[in-house]
Write a protein that binds this ligand. Sequence first.
Ligand code: SAM
Ligand code: SF4
Length: 330
Amino acid sequence: MVLTDNHGRAINYLRLAVTDRCNLRCFYCMPEEGIDWLSRNDLMTYEEMMRACSLLVKMGIQKIRITGGEPFVRKDLMLLLKGISELSGLQELTVTTNGVVTAPLVPELKKLGIRSVNLSLDTLDRNRFFAITHRDELPAVMETMEQLLLHDMEVKINAVVMEGKNTEDIISLAELTKNLPVSVRFIEEMSFNGGDKHYSNLTWDHVRILETIKDRFPAIEKLKDPAYSTSYNYKIPGHKGSVGIIAAYTRSFCGTCNRIRITPQGILKTCLYDAGVFNVKDMMRLHRSNEELAAAFSDALGKRAKDGWEAEQKRNLLTGTHESMAAIGG
Ligand code: SAM
Ligand code: SF4
């Protein structure tokens, strides 16, 4: 079955955020003191998540990414991953993690059939890592990267580029691709910092990031971007890995967006920038049938914003708040 939205875009990818809690405090995502954490009752249970995933896979979702907050801080996550990995019709299960507690779990992830993991890593410098995340966990993250590579997993490194924080790391992160078969993706910073501090205008957009890399590696070559890719992909000749740039703020990829999100409290977002369409968990707790849920998903996709700009404009009119990415699932 193919699920499509009102703009004719195929929807085959679900990003499911399993918690808003985290063991890091990346300043671009949440304040140092954390956010107002959801209470246990506000969180979707694993049973509710399984029901939503199972229904959505029947409706046409082929790929599910587990994210958060930090997914691995939620108790018994492996049980949920196992359940989802067994859904018939699902083609790919992946995870986005900060890598702080992930290393020992890599063999189990591999056994579940997970082939690719996104690892967030903004700097290779321990002091700058601490300044960005407020935690001294760089060695644990590097251990996760090592374990993933040892287990032949595809590793995509996500690095948010931030003025005054890690622009000196752009080259060293790109250089990681020389000897390691990793894809290092530089992400434009977005305004989902969970605080009331004003998000200053984007100073490092995808063009500036690429220019910086080109300055050091003038022979860099453009790769063909895979279908539905959110990144512009490149290869430095002779390097084992690749480099990508995600124009998350500029939003140049909305035209082929194939994804929906469910937040830790069960809110369906048909765009990262929208305010949420309906609460899947609340419907389940009101004993709605699968047919009613399926109708609600279809209805939501029938009213999907054309792009992130339109979705954000509508949201600002409604709320005007700054969410934390941990409460959405990046
Ligand atoms: N905790 C996990 C992690 O950090 O990988 C998963 C959740 S995190 C919200 C998912 C991704 O969102 C991370 O790669 C993170 O760098 C990115 N992210 C968070 N806040 C962001 C922001 N304000 N702008 C751009 N990317 C952001
Ligand atoms: Fe935690 Fe990920 Fe947000 Fe960093 S980006 S605070 S690791 S949820």
